[in-house]
Design a protein around this ligand. Sequence first.
Ligand SMILES: [Zn+2]
Length: 179
Amino acid sequence: MLTIVMPMTMVTAGCTKVARCVSTQTDLLSTRSWRIGSITKTSKKPSVSKLVEKAATDLQRLVRLKAADAVGFCECVSCGARNHFTKMDGGHFFSRTHLRFKLYEENIHPQCKRCNMMMSDAKVHERYRCYMIDMYGEKRVLAMHRLLNWSKPKFKRDAVLELRKDIKRQIKELEERYE
Ligand SMILES: [Zn+2]
């Protein structure tokens, strides 16, 4: 048996006559097998860290959508610049290098690309800090600071899948506003 990573669309688009998905799974993230001629190929389950990356990307889209107005515009929390949510970043108050804050919604808000790239600049960071305190209160922000000292979280596959499913559901609902 060979092991490959291959999205179903690649198989069905190119090899409709010789390849068919033989899995009964409906979740794209599950292990799948394809039969091509007499060879069965099985795709690997993505690693938990890859799932976390995907969920983090989705979460960044969700926070921008939540902040967007009726025409899809939102404001940078650091400088106030307005732009369409698709052209903004989901900026992290505590860097996403801290794994704990990668999937922590309160840590992510719309930022223009310039401010997001300049979070090491004291002024840009301070403006984000002021936004955090206005939004959540000083006690809450200090509590988040304390979490930096905790050990790295270990994400469980099922929990990340469930979280991503919920994030995608919310994205779908919010995007319907612009259809
Ligand atoms: Zn900005």
